[in-house]
Design a protein. Sequence first.
Lengths: 259, 262
Amino acid sequence: MDKRAGFSRLVVGASTFAVVVVLWYIATSVTHFIPPVYFPTPVEVLQALRQIAVQGYADGRLHQHFLHSSWLVLMGFAVAVSVGVPLGMLMGWSRRAEALINPVFLLLRPIPPLAWIPLAIVWLGLGDAAKVLVIWFAAFVPAVINSYAGVRSIEPYLIEAARSLGIRHAMLVREVLIPGALPLIFTGLRLSLQACWTTLVAGELIGAIVGLGHVLYQAGLDIFPAMIVVGMISVAIAGGLMTTALGWLEARSMPWHIR
Amino acid sequence: MNARPGLTRREFIGLSVAGLLAFFGVWTLASVVGLAPRQFLPPPWSVAQKFVELTHEPFSGYTLQQHLLSSFTRFGMGFGLAVLIGIPLGLLLGWFRWLDAIVSPLFDALRFVAPIAWVPFAALWFGTGIGGPVLVIFTGAFPPCVINAHRGARYVDRRLVEAAQTLGARHWHIITEVLLPASVPSIVAGLRVSAGLGWQSLVGAELIVASSGIGYLLVKGQASISTSIVMSGMIAIGIVGFAIDALLQGAERYLQRQRGAM
């Protein structure tokens, strides 16, 4: 029953997309209801896609932009996670650490990651370092908050039970704290990853040499709507792929967790 | 949580102050000792001074308050549109299954496009004055409105709906008189997320396309390599973002109390 419902949803979803593409084609190519200056025809988008994939656009071919952006996101994300998750867990575990770190954290938290971009550019210029710094910051906050909440969500009796069985500190972290906090940590990672992409695109729109945001910027400058669409779709696909990969990792690392 | 050793009030305050002091201490030290040039890392007091200065001396055309006002107008419009369109849409999606099946796949696909990626089209379609940034804010603030209204309407107590149906309520009445009131908590929670994302998108949009506003102030500060202006702008953005969130959180608590009293 459930499977059939899922299948019919898929069919309806796919046909919706087909209808939208047909409507798009009619509105732009047949009736010219939407002038081509504002929105491209499907054919133009395919041509733009071919142009950027084969000849290149905005100083690079599509896969170069794609890989460069993905690489920056991965770097910033990895650094943020490897610092933010332990910090959040520490804050969840020790009241001292929480009392010490939390005020500073509260002070910096309301500043959205995008607002760090100009500062990062002043400090590090327009290169990759500035982008990694900003992405790091974007991913850091959700990683800390959710790891903190994850540790706090563990039932105290689990910890006490482990203690009464004479658990060592390292083992407590490995066997109780990490598995217990993992579901919320992954929620945080997902938010982090989204924030990373948004920030990267904004950073690249403001100034970059290669990257998907730079494609968008150049296409906007050239008033090339078809290329804007290609850029937007590429950003969506890149973000979607990484989110999917994270979901896979989540399922693999928590086989006991039923979603 | 008992597993955590407790702290006395004095210890807590002491540690909090120590944390803040360490933060400002490292900042001041790095700036005064000359670890980083002053132009790139001004000490806290010169940032504070700049902040006050910006409130009465115009920078790139306007004072800080005027920049904030023009940002806030855009934010209000984008956020307002997102609420006005998003919540009814979410309720409709929660009620009509067929509509959900048609719209949700499109909506999910569009949601993968980061709001900021709409900037080129926003500029192309609506220019860089008010319209462009408003579209970007809208794309940021819209999804949480829809999702939370949808979720709220979806998980309404079936008995309420059935009772209304037995009494002969039409679709319209069910949506406005059963689904809407029942999903208010979920909607308000969505508004908080939505306002946060909207405010963030506003900053992004103004960094790229605008000729006034707080984001524009940041860009201009960056262009003239004035770290203290950039930092002042960041502080202003943080304060406003914090105020918006606190306001909506207050509304959330108020509503919860009201419901508790009923």
